[in-house]
Ligand binder design. Structure first.
Ligand code: F6P
Length: 532
């Protein structure tokens, strides 16, 4: 099938896909999940290519694997674990069995405990030494940071709780900057770490404990832990009452639906958090039940595979025309690149096709004044994914939102249509002549024929955010299955961690650079001479 797809691509690669885009195509190459629309009409995928891509889903057994995932089978094969973040939002669904046991009672009990604790904090029933909690500091990294940080920002219009801050980097500048603005006597620290061993998080947690201990008699009483490792949270001194546990079948980058989402729940409240879960659950139901031709995660995955593995476009830009989604690209970088950035298939064989793409992006319209130059006129094609809401939350500034939307649609139109040399000449004819006209006109040519998809929704509510994130999670799953990848491990992060541990005494000067390569030894030398 890969070869057939490549042959098809070779035949249509030079076609201007704009010629395909009439009103019928807009309907035929779009789909909806509830009120969320995915438009992929502005791509070079035609009915024939799409049929082959859908065959790929069937040949690689996506439906069976999807059902196995939802049913709690250990599809994370290198770690022998189930993959059940969907259980965390299975609010009114049936039982979910892992090793013969229904996990839903525990999931519901933990959610209820989170809700009760969040309500206590928000209503001033749980207090710090100095009174009601004014600030919540979430200390975590990767999946224990990016999800809640992204979502807390995305749902800023719904905040009615304490201020929430996020500390992730081991760079002391991060924690120092956040703690500077907080009062230890009214701050709650959440240590979010699935393993409770991650060096950045544990270092920052100890720094925060010492900071609080400078003012507060019993600092650990203002600490909360979100972790699968109850023994380690106890060792740290956190009362089991304030430990919110979860099972190992929740992957770090898929974890914000459970305890790791506590900071978000503090900010927006338990009801809005439930709406967020319901949005994701609605996308789960859609993913499980919709035909491939109507199935948003499957279609988004097929577009991704067409662009990356077939057309050879190595990167993918995520461009939210929704400023509150400004951390979405960073969140998706972990979700997609930690999941599908693998060199071998589940069986350990080298991948026959490239692994997942490089994901990057920034909100529009800001990106338009920065890197869109390359997207429009650079020599590399960057498939773009636009996200846009029909309405913002600033009712009195709706006309400004309309300008935002106009910009979003203008970009995908410009990428598709481009501007030819004749049109460029015509625009400049009054200003330049002859050779100079020719020279200037060439700088104003846009190749066009550059693909994009648009995800549109009525408003960025908690429900809509849940839909968007679950859509991307399932897209990553489908792409992973088609590529034969285990999307749920992350062995590629281990080597750097091991070497950092070994390098720390070298950096401190306790041991020398023997055995280090010349470049690393020279860098250590420079940094030591300059005071590291
Ligand atoms: O180093 C990668 C990683 O393991 C991620 O997968 C994970 O989200 C992050 O580190 C944080 O891990 P933890 O929640 O265990 O601190």
């Amino acid at each position: 099938m890969w070869n057939l797809l490549r042959e098809h691509h070779a035949q249509v690669a030079d076609r201007r896909f704009e010629s395909l885009v009439d009103a019928d195509r807009a309907a035929a190459f779009s789909a909806q999940a509830g009120d969320m629309l995915l438009d992929y009409a502005k791509t070079n995928i035609d009915t024939y290519g799409r049929a082959m891509l859908i065959d790929l889903l069937d040949q690689t057994g996506v439906a069976a694997k999807r059902d196995a995932m939802f049913a709690g089978a250990p599809i994370n094969e290198t770690e022998g674990r189930a993959v059940l973040h969907t259980a965390l939002r299975n609010l009114d669904g049936g039982p979910v069995m892992v090793d013969g046991k229904d996990v839903m009672p525990d999931v519901r009990a933990t959610l209820a405990r989170m809700e009760s604790f969040a309500a206590d904090v928000r209503k001033g029933r749980f207090v710090g030494q100095g009174g009601a909690i004014t600030d919540v500091v979430n200390i975590g990294i990767g999946g224990s940071d990016l999800g809640p940080a992204m979502a807390t920002l995305a749902l800023a219009p719904y905040h009615d709780g304490p201020r929430c801050h996020f500390v992730s980097n081991v760079d002391p500048a991060d924690i120092a900057g956040v703690l500077r603005g907080c009062d230890p006597a009214t701050t709650l620290v959440i240590v979010a770490s699935k393993t409770f061993t991650t060096i950045e998080t544990m270092t920052n947690a100890r720094t925060a404990l010492a900071w609080m201990g400078g003012t507060v008699r019993d600092p650990a009483a203002q600490f909360v832990a979100l972790s699968t490792a109850a023994d380690k949270t106890a060792e740290f001194g956190i009362d089991p009452e304030r430990v919110f546990g979860f099972a190992d079948w929740v992957g770090g980058r898929y974890s914000m639906w459970g305890p790791i989402g506590l900071s978000l729940m503090m900010a927006i409240g338990p009801d809005a958090f439930r709406a967020f879960l319901r949005g994701a659950q609605a996308m789960d139901v859609h993913f499980k039940s919709a035909d491939w031709l109507e199935n948003l995660p499957a279609l988004l995955a097929l577009v991704g595979i067409w662009h990356n593995q077939i057309c050879g476009y190595a990167t993918r830009a995520v461009l939210p025309y929704d400023n509150n989604l400004s951390r979405l690209p960073a969140y998706l970088q972990q979700l997609e690149m930690e999941s599908n950035g693998k060199g071998v298939s589940i069986d350990g064989d080298a991948l026959a096709v490239p692994s997942g793409p490089v994901v990057w992006g920034e909100p529009g319209t800001n990106g338009q004044h920065a890197f869109y130059q390359l997207i429009h006129q650079g020599t590399r094609v960057v498939p773009c994914e636009f996200l846009v809401a029909a309405r913002g939350h600033e009712d009195d500034l709706h006309h400004q939102h309309q300008l935002l939307v106009a910009n979003c649609l203008a970009q995908s139109e410009a990428l598709m249509r481009g501007r030819g040399l004749d049109a460029a000449r015509a625009k400049l004819a009054g200003r330049f002549k002859d050779a100079e006209l020719e020279r200037q006109a060439r700088h104003r040519v846009f190749a066009g024929n550059r693909p994009s998809v648009t995800i549109a929704y009525p408003q960025l509510t908690p429900f809509a955010l849940g839909q968007i994130i679950a859509l991307y999670e399932h897209r990553v799953f489908v792409e992973g299955v088609v590529l034969g990848i285990n999307s749920y491990d992350q062995w590629g992060v281990e080597l750097g961690k091991e070497l950092a541990t070994a390098l720390q005494p070298v950096i401190e000067g306790a041991t020398g650079t023997d055995g280090k390569d010349g470049s690393t030894a020279a860098l250590v030398g420079y940094l030591r001479r300059n005071g590291v």
